[in-house]
Design a protein around this ligand. Structure first.
Ligand SMILES: NC(=O)c1ncn([C@@H]2O[C@H](COP(=O)(O)O)[C@@H](O)[C@H]2O)c1NC=O
Length: 507
């Protein structure tokens, strides 16, 4: 059954965006009841508005901690319009009927994010507003609840197109959104109190985006997150589930490099990467590692893409390009392919969360993101031979790459260029053999190249194979009971080896 709005209770923290709603409600002769600041705002626009205090007969107390929390307000929202006993009670206690509630909660998340003090944060835990939302949403059969500014547009549609008349489906939709707001709000409060304890997991992610499908077309997919906060999409088709996985891997990888770098990724692993003075040179060197795999991949760089780089990149087919900036002429070239996704990385900080979540069995695994980036100062030389300065640069370069490669992983590099990697293998020897074979396929000379391993060498077999292939320096976490055997082999065969003490498994 359609219901008409007669009285609206409005209590909003941020007043902006309300003007048009007030105008429409006023045109529909809706009566306003409001809390202090909101009442002042409504009256400043020339509309009549009754104070909550005048309805309840009770002042706002405790510095505003208690203002709407009164039976006359909550009775007016919660009474069942088709229940005779409720109707009698409402009449006898002189409770007004409230059929629209508009709330914008205290900005709790924002206060935490802006580094507010504990006292400021606690005061931003909204009590009355959240209660109004829950009450109105519970009684959606009779009441419309607008629990955030996101719902102003749907409310305006209702006011303009349906002259304020709502049916039960409309009101239930608003109620659903309201519970999303209230549960998200409480989860944020819980997370703040929980801090680093992780005593239990409450995740509230608003606004899930339906993707075309999941990993495969027969699977459904959704993305919960704020893509637009991280990227500006300048061009191309809709981003898919697999694109998002690759984009995440690409941004994580490139964020670990300070100098000009470019990587090409396929299925979350880098199949090409190099650091060079210009993006074009980095592209050429990255592509050389594996021009076959690069086809259809994701390109990411940490520098502005110019015309020269764009022209070179444009020569092969790839799905996505990510960069912090593009020259206009570069975009003219890159726009040539209709579906190509062109992204501006606006903020790499906002691109990542401190924690990683993964569904396992009937639960969720949570861990800190692997943000460790090893430096020369932290390396411990294990062999009598000390790596040269150039080898150390290559070792650190390869070590970052191996951290971002699926385990078991081996990365071979030279002159800050990825030569080849062994990815996601069930043994470290297999990973190394895969890398050596691939280097051969693309005619790389491994003489003087370095090897990085994501975890320690359980046996000396890897250094034996590597030495025979021409590798001269090795970086690994260390920690195997047989480290000594690998070190002995290196010493006898003129290799240097450093350990980082940090394992980088990526399962
Ligand atoms: N204490 C209460 O009874 C109460 N009732 C509503 N509020 C909040 O007060 C704010 C609006 O206050 P004002 O209209 O005075 O600017 C809104 O964010 C609303 O969610 C309250 N404040 C916090 O709990």
């Amino acid at each position: 059954m359609s219901k008409k709005i007669q009285t609206a209770l409005i209590s909003v923290y941020h007043k902006d965006g309300l003007e048009e709603i007030l105008r429409e409600l006023h045109n529909l002769r809706v009566k306003f009841i409001s809390t202090g600041g909101t009442q002042e705002f409504i009256q400043s626009l020339g509309y009549e508005c009754e104070a909550v205090e005048d309805v309840s007969g009770y002042p706002s107390i405790l510095g505003g901690r208690v203002k709407t929390l009164h039976p006359k307000i909550f009775g007016g929202i919660l009474y069942r319009r088709d229940n005779e006993s409720d109707k009698k009670q409402v009449k006898s206690y002189d409770i007004p009927s409230i059929d629209l509630v508009i709330v914008d909660l205290y900005p709790f998340r924002e206060t935490v994010a802006s580094g507010g003090t504990e006292e400021e944060i606690i005061e931003k835990i909204d009590i009355g507003g959240i209660s109004l939302i829950r009450a109105a949403a519970k009684n959606y059969k009779d009441v419309i609840i607008v629990a955030s500014k996101e719902q102003y547009a749907p409310l305006l549609d209702l006011l303009k197109e349906k002259k304020g008349l709502s049916d039960i489906d409309d009101r239930r939709r608003f109620a659903k959104e309201a519970f999303m707001v209230s549960s998200g709000y409480d989860s944020a409060i819980f997370s703040y109190f929980d801090g680093d304890d992780k005593s239990s997991l409450r995740i509230a992610q608003d606004g899930g985006k339906q993707l075309r499908y999941g990993e495969n077309p027969h699977q459904q997919g959704l993305f919960y997150g704020n893509f637009d906060e991280v990227f500006e999409q300048l061009h191309g088709k809709e981003i898919s589930y697999n694109n998002l996985l690759d984009i995440d891997a690409a941004v994580s990888l490139i964020s670990d490099f300070n100098e000009t770098a470019l990587a090409i990724l396929k299925h979350n692993n880098a199949c090409g990467m190099a650091c060079r003075p210009t993006v074009k040179e980095a592209w050429d060197a990255a592509l050389a590692a594996d021009p076959v795999s690069a086809f259809g991949g994701i390109v990411v760089t940490n520098r502005r893409v110019d015309k020269e780089a764009a022209a070179a990149i444009n020569e092969i087919f790839f799905e996505v390009i990510i960069a912090p900036e593009y020259d206009k002429e570069a975009l003219d070239i890159l726009f040539q392919k209709k579906n190509r996704i062109i992204l501006v990385l606006k903020s790499s900080e906002k691109a990542t969360q401190r924690l990683q979540y993964r569904s396992v069995l009937n639960g969720t695994l949570v861990q800190d993101k692997d943000v460790s980036v090893e430096t020369a100062a932290g390396l411990q030389v294990m062999t009598t031979k000390i790596p040269t300065t150039k080898e150390i640069e290559d070792l650190l370069f390869a070590n970052i790459l191996v951290k971002h490669t699926k385990s078991n992983a081996i990365v071979l590099a030279k002159d800050k260029q990825l030569i080849a990697s062994g990815t996601g293998q069930t043994s470290r020897v297999d990973a190394l053999n895969q890398a050596i074979e691939k280097a051969g396929t693309f005619h790389f000379d491994l003489q003087g190249a370095v090897m990085a391993s994501d975890a320690f060498f359980p046996f000396p077999d890897c250094v034996e194979i590597a030495a025979k292939a021409g590798i001269t320096a090795v970086i690994q976490p260390g920690g195997s009971v047989r480290d000594g055997e690998s070190v002995d082999y290196c010493n006898q065969n003129g290799l240097s080896m450093v350990k980082t003490g940090i394992r980088h498994f990526k399962h």
